[in-house]
Design a protein around this ligand. Sequence first.
Ligand code: SF4
Length: 442
Amino acid sequence: MSEGIFCIRVYGCQMNAYDGDRLRSAMTELGWEESSDAFASDAVIFVTCSIRDKAEQKVISELGRFRPMWEKDKKPKVALLGCMAQRTGADIAGKFPWVRVVAGPRHLGLVPRSIAESMNGGVFMHLDGDAGEKMDLECAPVPKVNPHKAFITIAHGCDQFCSYCIVPYVRGRFASRPPEGVLAEANRLVNRGILEITLLGQNVNSYGKDFDGDAGNYRFASLLRDVAAIKGLRRLRFTTSHPLDFSDDILDAMKSCPNICPGINLPVQAGSDKVLREMNRKYTRDQYIDAVKKIREALPEVGLTTDLIVGFPGESEEDFEESVSLIEETRFALVHSAAYSPRLGTPAAKREDQIPDAVRSMRLARINELQSRISHEINHEHVGRVMEVLLDDAAPKGKGLLQGRTVTDKVVLVKASAEMTGRFRSVKITGASPWCLEGRLL
Ligand code: SF4
């Protein structure tokens, strides 16, 4: 007999997608049925993001929509999870009485039981700083988004305290998951037919630095090698890396294990030493450029991407021009750019020299235009090449088109039937835009 109907809404990053998959698996294993209709559900689970104000406002507006139904039927009960829950969940539960479970990212293991108990009344708060037990969910997620690819979180939290970032406050201090748990999860996923795994963490290359004694010798490179050795795993990726900890042993592992994909996201965040210092990034522009050189020497085919913030408080025109020149010189495959958005509780948000919205938007548009040209040029260089592509889904636009990824994580669109999903195919690249490649199956 079904325990009830639940619906899950996931906002934000890949770590949230992974948490959403794990909760979905745990709820289903407990006998709940999933629905995509929140208004037909007994429980609605929100996995939330705090990285930007917009993401939080969207959840608040969604929560407001339950009022009429709650006043009539006292349904659905809502579980608010993740970073926003950790930051403001207690206040939100005070405003929206249908929010019955609030849990920060490190307490997901307590959520399924609390949701079940909330059906009989009561409000359950599981937040860092509580005396209560902290518990992660140790179940292998059944990936919802794609049956061929899966994520595994290998570390929680972050110790870097970049001055603009809310993560250390909402996800807590850096903590690596024991390798046994990660490897068991990876094995279970590969046995279920998963072809590609992405290891996730705010700072994956610090993995293991918090292990004591001899276990402290087991670092990210060791984990990469052990996961890569799982029979049947065709592709292994990881994100995100911090430029400070990108050590030679990681490059050695990438060179010697053919299924570790040569794709690296190495966030730079700014091109000016002054801004980098004020962001508390702990490296200089030159040190970053040296790290890029080292990576490109070791892995000439690497697909290198970055994250960049424009309009950080106090960013002058000259500082911004240094970001522009860094993008021009480094020629990343992709830049995840964002205008600075103040997050309450972070040092940067308290600064008085905030940059006006209009200037931030103008700088963002300039970076996007520049990067669009560079990405187009880089993609164009692939035309005529034959590349191995994992066809993993229907293309979002275009009838009869499938999309896939190369080892360097480039999106490729090809004409192919739906039965081809989940297959590796050789594709001849026939066209390029700034955002993707087009190709023909060989
Ligand atoms: S390293 Fe990343 S997650 Fe950690 S504080 Fe800096 S920006 Fe935030």
